[in-house]
Design a protein around this ligand. Structure first.
Ligand SMILES: *Cc1c(COP(=O)(O)O)cnc(C)c1O
Length: 388
């Protein structure tokens, strides 16, 4: 008999009832060190007092109105996003998938309004943009699209990081190039800064829009507020979600005035998107994360974590192959199935997340302490030893 919860996930037999910072406490009272953060979501850990205060203060006033009215909390969040990024404007969504859908619509509308027949969006293998019909078409991955055809047309998938393939494909008919600066689900695969600069230049040369999906790698995860800042370039459109709500469902599409020009009243909407409750939390997350001092700490901890992980890889050459990633978006390329390492981690009361390309993801809260990093590595060490 089918479970009452639609069984689209292979769930671990653990349930959590409480959280404190980097720790998730299970229903049996045992404490798990959380290097998953609900998949790069809980950037400030569990039950962060500042976020709890922002949420409960707003919860006692008003939760939801409608985008039929002015929403000061949404304006505040948009102001912060514009102040700290390339963007001139932001649309607030409830998730990354919805952000991807709007990004695709924005690209199409842009070219429509230019009177040009440019519908092809170039994407890369290993990409993940969500599970909607549009987002799975954008990814093209067999695993996600099988059985869900016919796929939405207008996408062409190129080999990951293959700039020669991009050069051979991009043309004055290309609508946009869409990619994650650091692939998350694809296996913590950062694109070199020089490649991102070259992609920007190719887009400029052909007049194509550059759409960056920073749903997983954004919001301080890599040590900059957004990962593309390392390359010194800016996209035309960017999707944000996961970390932006610190655990509350929230996402955004950021865009330049030019790229967003077609999105006039009536062209897009959302019932929940940008409601006062979500935006009060999102604005608080931005106030904390988008500061030089916070990001400097992310970088310091990332260097410490990475150094310890290099030691771990050296100590377990039969389990691990290499450390990859940027900032606190870290991956361990494995020689065994990453799902086995995740399971061995559960036995050590450690939460990690598998990804494609045989990679284990380590996505701790960005405010994890030095002691917790040391504890995480010793638990990973015991988990690896149990597999040897
Ligand atoms: C998780 C993710 C999404 C989808 O976000 P949801 O909030 O799950 O809809 C899109 N793009 C990237 C890069 C992601 O990691």
């Amino acid at each position: 008999m089918i479970s009452h919860v639609l069984p689209t996930y292979n769930r671990a037999p653990i349930a959590f009832e409480k959280g404190e910072g980097a720790w998730a406490i299970a229903t049996d009272g045992s404490r798990y060190l959380d290097l998953g953060s609900g998949i790069a979501v809980n950037v400030l850990g569990h039950a962060n007092p500042d976020l709890v205060a922002a949420l409960t203060e707003q919860a006692g006033r008003i939760w939801h109105v409608s985008n039929l009215y002015q929403i000061p909390q949404q304006e505040r969040l948009a102001d912060l996003l514009v102040e700290h990024t390339f963007a001139d404007t932001a649309f607030i969504t409830n998730s990354g998938t919805e952000a991807a859908e709007l990004a695709i619509k924005m690209v199409r509308k842009y070219w429509h309004d230019q009177g040009q027949d440019r519908i092809e969006i170039l994407t890369f293998e290993g990409a993940f943009h969500g599970r909607s019909t549009g987002a799975i078409a954008a990814s093209g991955a067999e695993k996600m699209v099988k059985g869900f055809g016919p796929l939405m047309p207008g996408f062409r998938t190129l080999p990951w990081g293959d700039l020669d393939a991009l050069k051979a494909t991009i043309s004055d008919r290309t609508a946009a190039v869409m990619l994650e600066p650091v692939q998350g689900e694809g296996g913590i695969r950062p694109l070199p800064d020089a490649d991102l600069r070259e992609i920007r230049a190719l887009c400029d040369q052909h007049g194509a829009l550059l759409v960056l999906d920073e749903v997983q790698c954004g919001m301080g995860r890599t040590g900059r507020l957004f990962a593309h800042e390392y390359a010194g370039i800016a996209p035309d459109i960017m999707m944000v979600a996961k970390g932006i709500g610190g655990g509350f469902p929230l996402g955004a599409v950021l865009a330049t005035e030019k790229a967003a020009a077609g999105m006039v009243a009536g062209t897009h909407g959302s019932t929940y998107g940008g409601n006062p409750l979500a935006c009060a939390v999102g604005a608080r997350v931005m106030e904390i994360v988008a500061t030089d001092a916070f990001l400097a700490e992310v970088n310091r901890k990332a260097a410490l974590f990475r150094q310890k992980l290099e030691g771990l890889v050296a100590a377990h050459p039969n389990v691990f192959e290499a450390v990859r990633g940027q900032g606190l978006m870290l991956g361990l390329k494995c020689k065994v199935a990453p799902t086995d390492v995740v399971k061995a981690g559960y036995a050590q009361h450690l939460l990690t997340v598998p990804a494609a390309d045989n990679t284990l993801r380590l996505l701790p809260p960005l405010n994890i302490t030095d002691d917790e990093i040391a504890e995480a590595v010793s638990r990973l060490d015991r988990a690896a030893a149990s597999l040897a």
